[in-house]
Design a protein around this ligand. Structure first.
Ligand code: AMP
Length: 214
């Protein structure tokens, strides 16, 4: 199964990709995580990506496509992949079609109000990579899984969020039409799921994704 998760920042692509990738037995490949790891290791790609990431802009297509091509050639991708955060432009989608075309694309829809609340309250663990929302944390600074320190991503600060959403609408949303045209698009509408507390439940989104893939 070769799968893409499409959706704006804060839609829950990363959270859902973790569960769905282990359910399907394919690797979860997040280009955002790859850039953050590259930056941590101070590789040339990481250093180049940093200025785009900090501004909420997209890293140039050539850089991302080369990175993904190398990753998809690894043995664990022999049975498929789950791409999260790639492609983000029509150019990237066309390049992926040449490298290894996807079977299906899940478009995760979440309204703007909920996206903003999720992004501004998001905290990430530097050690285990877990992602949490402050509303679910007893201590907003401590990872509930491994006990390490949580931090707020630089690009989850309000000034950058609005640009990331703008970039999504302008550059990534056209992919909905692109994959619809190819008959590969499956939509999961989180706004139609029941609200528990102030958001829909992770498990309900997971089930909706599995249903969309049937
Ligand atoms: P994410 O964790 O998916 O929100 O990605 C964080 C940042 O990494 C983005 O705002 C971009 O700067 C960069 N990035 C990740 N994936 C891509 C991609 N496919 N194309 C261009 N830039 C990307």
């Amino acid at each position: 199964m070769k799968l893409i998760f499409l959706g704006p920042p804060g839609a829950g692509k990363g959270t859902q990709a973790t569960g769905v990738s282990s359910h399907l037995g394919v690797p979860h490949i997040s280009t955002g995580d790859m850039f953050r790891a590259a930056l941590k290791n101070q590789t040339p790609t990481g250093i180049e990506a940093k200025r785009y990431m900090d501004a909420g802009e997209l890293v140039p297509d050539s850089v991302v496509v080369a990175m993904v091509k190398e990753r998809l050639a690894m043995p664990d991708c022999a049975n498929g992949y789950l791409l999260d955060g790639f492609p983000r432009t029509v150019e990237q989608a066309k390049a992926l079609d040449e490298i290894s075309a996807p079977d299906a694309v899940i478009d995760i829809h979440v309204g703007d109000e909920r996206l903003l609340a999720r992004l501004t309250g998001r905290r990430v663990c530097g050690k285990c990579n877990g992602t949490f929302h402050i509303s679910s944390l007893a201590d907003a600074n401590v990872c509930p899984v491994c006990g390490d320190a949580l931090y707020q991503r630089e690009d989850d600060k309000p000034a950058t969020i609005s640009n990331r959403l703008k970039v999504y609408r302008a550059q990534t949303e056209p992919l909905v039409g692109y994959y619809e045209g190819l008959g590969k698009l499956r939509r999961v509408d989180c706004e139609s799921l029941p609200v528990v507390g102030n958001d829909c439940r992770r498990e309900d989104v997971f089930q909706a994704i599995l249903k969309a893939l049937e």
